[in-house]
Design a protein around this ligand. Structure first.
Ligand code: SIN
Length: 331
C-alpha cells in the first residue's frame, strides 16, 4: 500500500553534518551517508516517505559549480515525482550553493531546503539532527512550496540571495543581513510569513558556455595599489569589494576603468551590509566617479553571490546592458 505521506528526497553532499572522526582519530571528515543522518532523526519517518541519495561526500569547499549544476538538474528531473527535497552539505559554501540553486531553479513548485551543521555528530550539542528535522518539516510544508530554494538553520528559514555564514563556529552562524530570516520553525510548526516579491527567470545551464567563465574577487584596502594586468590575467569578469557606499582610493580609479574596458567589473560593498550609493558623492574614487566610468553596481549583493551571478550571466552570453539590468533587479 502506498503511503499518503509527502514524498521527499534527502540528498547528502558531505560537510560537518556528515563528519565523524578520521581514521587516525584526529579531526573529523565527511563519512556518513543519508541512512546514518536519518537515523539521528527518527521523527522524520512520520513526516515523509523519504528516499535518499548520496550525491557527494565532500568538505563543501571542494564542491564545484558543476556539482551544483548537476544537482539542479537532478532536482528538476525528479520534481514531478516528488513533493520536496532536502539537501545536506557543509556550511562553508552553503550561502553560495543555495544561491546557485536559486539562480538555476527559481520556484519550481517543490520545496528545496538546504541545511548543514556547525558541530559534527561526535561533539556535545551537535546541531545536525535538529537542523535536518527542521529542514524536513519545511520541505513538507505547503508554505514553502511556492518558494525557490531556502536555507534552514537553527530553526530559521533564510532566502539564499541574502543568507551568509556570518560566524566561524556558532550554531546560529547564518544571518540574512538585509532581510532577516523569512520564517521559522517552532516545535512542529513552520511559519514563512515573508515570501520574496519575485524571482528572476531561472538561468538555463544547458545553454551555458563551457568551460564556465572565471570571475575573480578583489578587496580594496587602505592604500591599495592600482590593479596591474597580471592581477586580472585569465579572468572573464571581476568583483571588486569597495569601501562603504561605493568608494576606492582615487589612485586606483584609472586602473579599474581600464580593466572594465576588457572585462566587466562589478563593485560590491565590503561592509557586509547595505546597498551601494549611486548619487551621494562626487569625489574622485566615489561611487559616482566609478559608475560614470562604466563600472557595474552590484547593488546590495555580497562578493560571493555577485561572483556567482556574474559567472552565470557571462556563461549565458549576457552583454554589459543585460548584466547591469540583472544586478539592478536581482534582489
Ligand atoms: C564544510 O563546509 O564542509 C566544513 C564546515 C562545515 O560543514 O560546517
Amino acid at each position: 500500500m502506498s503511503s499518503s505521506l509527502p514524498r521527499l528526497l534527502v540528498v547528502t553532499l558531505g560537510g560537518t553534518i556528515a563528519s565523524v572522526a578520521a581514521a587516525d582519530g584526529v579531526g573529523a571528515v565527511p563519512r556518513l551517508g543519508p541512512a546514518e543522518l536519518l537515523a539521528s532523526v527518527p521523527a522524520a519517518a512520520g513526516l515523509a516517505d523519504i528516499s535518499v541519495k548520496s550525491f557527494r561526500q565532500y568538505a563543501s569547499g571542494d564542491l564545484s559549480l558543476d556539482d551544483i549544476i548537476e544537482l539542479a538538474e537532478l532536482i528538476r528531473e525528479r520534481a514531478d515525482e516528488l513533493d520536496g527535497f532536502v539537501v545536506t552539505q557543509g556550511t562553508d559554501t552553503l550561502e553560495e550553493t543555495s544561491y546557485l540553486l536559486e539562480l538555476l531553479l527559481g520556484p519550481i513548485g517543490r520545496p528545496v531546503v538546504l541545511t548543514g551543521a556547525m558541530r559534527n555528530p561526535s561533539l556535545p550539542g551537535a546541531d545536525g539532527p535538529a537542523n535536518l528535522l527542521a529542514a524536513i518539516r519545511v520541505a513538507v510544508s505547503p508554505s514553502a512550496a511556492g518558494l525557490g530554494p531556502v536555507v534552514v538553520f537553527a530553526d530559521e528559514v533564510h532566502l539564499p540571495r541574502f543568507v551568509r555564514k556570518a560566524h566561524s563556529s556558532h550554531v546560529a552562524a547564518f544571518r540574512s543581513p538585509h532581510a532577516g530570516p523569512i520564517g521559522w520553525v517552532t516545535e512542529d510548526r513552520v511559519r514563512i510569513p515573508l515570501a520574496p516579491s519575485g524571482y528572476p527567470a531561472p538561468l538555463r545551464p544547458a545553454r551555458f558556455t563551457r568551460p564556465l567563465p572565471t570571475v575573480g574577487i578583489t578587496k580594496i584596502g587602505l592604500g591599495s595599489a592600482p590593479l596591474r594586468p597580471h592581477h586580472v590575467e585569465g579572468l572573464d569578469g571581476l568583483i571588486v569589494e569597495v569601501f562603504g557606499g561605493g568608494h576606492v582610493p582615487s589612485t586606483i580609479v584609472e586602473s579599474l576603468a581600464s580593466v572594465n574596458e576588457s572585462i566587466p567589473v562589478v563593485m560590491v560593498t565590503r561592509t557586509g551590509g547595505g546597498e551601494l550609493y549611486e548619487s551621494t558623492y562626487a569625489f574622485p574614487g566615489s561611487e559616482r566617479d566609478l559608475l560614470d566610468r562604466g563600472l557595474t553596481s552590484g547593488r546590495a549583493f555580497d562578493a560571493a553571490k555577485a561572483r556567482l551571478l556574474l559567472i552565470c550571466l557571462l556563461a549565458s552570453g549576457a552583454q554589459r546592458p543585460d548584466i547591469k539590468e540583472r544586478f539592478d533587479t536581482a534582489l
